[in-house]
Write a protein that binds this ligand. Structure first.
Ligand code: PMP
Length: 309
């Protein structure tokens, strides 16, 4: 990610990024009591147009995360998609970008509670430069850190404090020489990677864990499942996935808003398939990239033009 663009949206106003500050005493800083999203904006140089990918779905999920926390997201998804497009226009964004909406418990009472504490809504954006598409594949390790259970920090809500576990897992994986961590549920089933969901193929059977396994119900995951059906004739089953399936599968991929689609080539020292990115994975990876920029005419309903083309 690059340096944030100059303007940020804060509670119905656009302000210079330097003025969008939160007190160190805000409750969210101490207690992780907030919710956030990550939205992609993808640039099409030929059309000179920027597209938001499934932005409405991200704000629907943010509304649900807020309800789980008992916070009030002040606007509906349609309005917030409009605000996001305006933010990108005001910043003159002409290139791939990442948008970070944040709803934080902004009261400074230093009180551990969710009620009566005031919220603030920020939407910031940063450039997302470089070739982020991973065509070589990632080497994963199953983490010793597990996903939080729904009765502690609900995984279906994208809660700021919920990223302590994934942060620990990611650093453990990197320090041990891997690229990414795969986290198991508290009872030992496959959940997801630190900021992406996992799908795996054994023979013709594509499977992915379900939200009942404490994962974030990823938006990219739904798009990928749809494209696997359209491009490879595959049906993806949401079900419990055992750890040993990671070692025995023929193909695996991670998907999320930031990484889009990344092939998994190794898990805990075992090659996935023949150790090279899977064919269906690469096909879905390029299709999703092209669809996200409307270089491919399929699924225009997944994208929203920012400049109005
Ligand atoms: N799981 C976690 C824990 C995540 O943070 C993300 C990124 N939002 C995902 C999965 C992927 O979800 P999405 O495709 O909606 O970005």
């Amino acid at each position: 990610f690059g340096t944030p663009y100059d303007e940020i949206y804060v509670d119905d106003a656009f302000v210079p990024e330097k003025e969008a500050r939160l007190s160190v005493l805000a409750n969210a800083v101490s207690y992780g009591t907030g919710t956030f999203e990550g939205v992609r904006a993808l640039w099409n140089p030929g059309q000179q147009e920027l597209y938001l990918l499934e932005a409405g779905a991200h704000y629907v999920r943010m509304g649900r995360s807020a309800r789980i926390l008992g916070l009030d997201l002040p606007h509906g998804p349609g309005h917030l998609v409009g605000v996001t497009a305006e933010l990108l226009r005001r910043n003159g964004v002409r290139g791939d970008a990442y948008v970070r909406p944040l709803l934080l418990q902004a009261g400074e009472q230093l009180a551990v509670r969710m009620h009566d504490s005031g919220t603030r809504l920020y939407i910031a954006a940063t450039p997302m430069p470089g070739d982020y598409i991973d065509r070589r594949g990632v080497r994963c390790a199953v983490s010793t850190w597990r996903r939080a259970v729904d009765t502690t920090v609900p995984g279906r809500a994208k809660v700021t404090g919920g990223y302590v576990g994934p942060s620990l897992a990611k650093s453990e994986a990197i320090r041990n020489g891997f690229d990414e961590a795969i986290m198991l549920t508290a009872d030992g089933y496959v959940a997801e990677a630190t900021t992406s969901n996992i799908l795996l193929r054994t023979g013709r059977d594509w499977a992915t864990p379900s939200p009942a396994d404490d994962i974030l119900d990823g938006i990219t995951r739904r798009l990928v499942a749809r494209l696997l059906g359209e491009l490879a004739g595959a049906a993806v089953t949401e079900r419990r996935v055992h750890r040993s399936e990671l070692y025995a599968c023929d193909e695996a991929l991670l998907c999320g808003t930031a990484a889009l689609v990344a092939p998994v080539v190794e898990v805990d020292g075992r090659r996935v398939g023949d150790g090279r990115p899977g064919e269906a994975t690469l096909a879905v990876q390029s299709a999703l990239d092209a669809i996200s920029r409307r270089r491919d005419p399929r699924h225009p309903e997944w994208t929203t033009p920012v400049y109005g083309g």
